[in-house]
Design a protein around this ligand. Structure first.
Ligand code: SF4
Length: 87
């Protein structure tokens, strides 16, 4: 974990996605017509140095749309279910 960015949102300025069309990070879907953009976005995230910070933020914020931290909305929903057991 990169402690330098842990408690702030400075990581946003370091994201690989800043050099790409934002639309690929918000495809219409993760499969079907939006699959190509989703795969392109996930490939950009793969080498992003602030991926852990980005994913942590998206999970905490409950971000329901788009690719964040190398995950799709479906993957984050699954992660949240695993992290926060139903009461
Ligand atoms: S992990 Fe992906 S969405 Fe998050 S800052 Fe990096 S490139 Fe952008």
């Amino acid at each position: 974990m990169n402690r330098l960015y842990h408690d702030s949102e400075d990581w946003v300025e370091q994201g690989n996605c800043r050099s790409y069309d934002p639309e690929i990070f918000f495809p219409v879907s993760s499969t079907g017509i939006g699959r190509t953009d989703t795969e392109r976005a996930l490939a950009v995230c793969r080498s992003c140095t602030v991926r852990p910070e980005c994913l942590r933020w998206a999970l905490r914020a409950g971000e329901a749309h788009g690719v964040w931290g190398g995950t799709t909305p479906e993957q984050r929903r699954y992660m949240r279910r695993e992290l926060v057991p139903a009461s």
